[in-house]
Ligand binder design. Sequence first.
Ligand code: MGP
Length: 219
Amino acid sequence: MASAIPEVIKAKKTIDYSVKHSLQNTWTLWFDNPGKKTDAQSWADNLKEVSSIETVEDFWSTLNNVCKINHLAPNSNFHLFKQGIRPEWEDPANAEGGKYGIQFPRSKTGDAINDYWMNLLLAVIGEQLAIEDEVCGAVVSVRKSFYRIALWTKTSKDEEQTEKISKQLRDVLNLPEEITIDFVPHVDSTAKVAATLASTTLEENVTTEEESATTKEEA
Ligand code: MGP
């Protein structure tokens, strides 16, 4: 039995479990599940703060108490961000930055997504990435056919840095070769949403005009 091994008994006597080990930064865990795809305006209404993580012990206690990623409903997201940074493109710390997104097919990945997410979190809170001031946070997203983990950083214009961070992420996460890392500046995401909104509004206006023309004809 493990507890009968003298070294284990000695370790048990010498570890003071009441001492907490501070992290370099304090982090906030957020969760959202809009239930369905939301638009950019109402998106933030679904964000909920889950816990604040100041120590290694807080981290493990949080991770052990939240739902496993492979058990979450589609459209759910967990976000772990430095305290004071909201997990939104609009936050001043993120506005000029971008995300390194890594997508995993759900069918092939299964519960391995929990380890990918945990390893990303450990790299982030343990400040293992040699760009620690750059890091804003990490996100895991559950979608119908894939999981995505992402690292959010403060800047997006330095190509050399983007390559360096991608390489570090690949190493830290021990990614299979076929899994790619895509960097998207947040301005591109915002522009994509704005373009979609503009074309939807245009379509709605055309439909309304057509409807009112039909009504007039009928009258
Ligand atoms: P998503 O979760 O980043 O991507 O954004 P998903 O679900 O994989 O789908 P994609 O096809 O849009 O890439 C989903 C939607 O949530 C976006 O289209 C926005 O409407 C909204 N959204 C997401 N984020 C991270 C933000 C944000 O930071 N700010 C705002 N305003 N809306 C956001």
